[in-house]
Design a protein around this ligand. Structure first.
Ligand code: UDP
Ligand code: MG
Length: 320
């Protein structure tokens, strides 16, 4: 019989872990689905790991993975995928904002032969207008970059073993899971779901971390910003041509000396265009540098299955 793995990244979720495990157990047992929960503690500094081991004592289907420090959600998802043993793997948030009941229709779609089942948000929940607008802008760029409409994409999805393995075989360190799962292709469908409000604990995203996240992922997925550099260069060149002609006319008309303001403005504009372009190029170089170092994506410090410590038995190579 086939088995479903559910990957749950958890960072400072002490208030949610126990409940999430209980709810998933109820929902999946009732539907008669054989399952495994892979909880990845992303270096929490609260009692999340204790809660995970406690849940493991009650439920032998729980695999707990503990990172040596916080590596970020994408790394946690990747580690979860690497440790999952199911024939089909779902990824969802650990705060029950992704409704567990939705796993059932997803699972049935998988049984019908679909290989990637994307969870698509019906609405974006309760977010401020500014947040909505900037998310809209970010996903606009990402949709262009991936050629897939990402406006309502989420990290809630279910994937067949084949898709999981192809994601695991990708060598890049900086993975944008949301887009990668559509990049790999396969027979894809989607299920709509309503985003629930977070019951307890806090969202880990500050405005600044969201801005950083947006930049990192745009750079990870597209080189369009590098073309901005060319466009800025082209625009500067166009302006220079006009100014050259203008200056020459002035010169031959014997009116050459004034024009200090123009010179200053032109200098400042060109200066900022160059700085901006160097910044964009520099950002890509920094990312290339990070990738060529080939550090592991994450470092695991502990793994337990149910009550048992299985650190020695597990294959850590996948972090490379
Ligand atoms: N998360 C994580 N590592 C981090 C930040 C978040 O594993 O560094 C997990 C978090 O525990 C949760 C999921 O990612 O299960 C989504 O985070 P959150 O609920 O804070 O995001 P939001 O729902 O507000 O977008
Ligand atoms: Mg959340």
């Amino acid at each position: 019989m086939s088995r479903l793995s559910v990957v749950l990244p958890a960072y400072n979720e002490e208030l949610m872990v126990g409940k999430t495990c209980r709810v998933l157990h109820e929902v999946l047992t009732e539907a008669g689905i054989s399952y495994e929960l892979v909880l990845v503690d992303d270096g929490s500094n609260d009692r999340t790991w204790e809660e995970i081991t406690k849940a493991g004592e009650k439920d032998a289907n729980i695999l707990g993975v503990h990172f040596s420090r916080n590596f970020g959600k994408e790394a946690a998802v990747y580690a979860g995928l690497a440790q999952a043993t199911g024939d089909v793997v779902a990824v969802m948030d650990c705060d029950l904002q992704h409704p567990p009941e939705t796993l059932i229709p997803m699972y049935h779609l998988w049984e019908e032969g679909w290989e990637v089942i994307e969870g698509v948000k019906k609405s974006r929940g309760t977010e401020s207008l500014l947040h909505k607008e900037s998310a809209g802008f970010f996903y606009g760029i990402m949709s262009k970059a991936t050629g897939v409409n990402m406006q309502n994409a989420s990290d809630f999805k279910m994937m067949d073993r084949k898709a999981v393995n192809s994601i695991l075989s990708m060598p890049e360190r900086n993975m944008f899971f949301r887009a990668t799962s559509s990049w790999v292709g396969f027979k894809t469908t989607h299920v709509e779901f309503e985003v629930h409000d977070r019951e307890a604990g806090q969202s880990k995203w500050s405005t600044w971390s969201l801005v950083k996240y947006a930049f990192t992922n745009i750079v990870a997925f597209t080189t369009v910003p590098l073309q901005f550099v060319t466009i800025i260069g082209g625009a500067c060149f166009g302006c220079s041509l006009i100014l050259i002609i203008y200056s020459l006319v002035q010169f031959f008309a014997g009116r050459a000396v004034e024009g200090y303001t123009t010179t200053l403005i032109v200098l400042l504009l060109i200066g900022s265009a160059i700085m901006l372009s160097l910044g964009i190029i520099g950002y890509y170089i920094a990312k290339i540098y990070e990738e060529v170092k080939r550090r592991p994506r994450y470092i695991i410090s502990q793994i337990v299955r149910g009550k048992k410590d299985v650190y020695q038995e597990v294959n850590h190579d996948r972090s490379h």
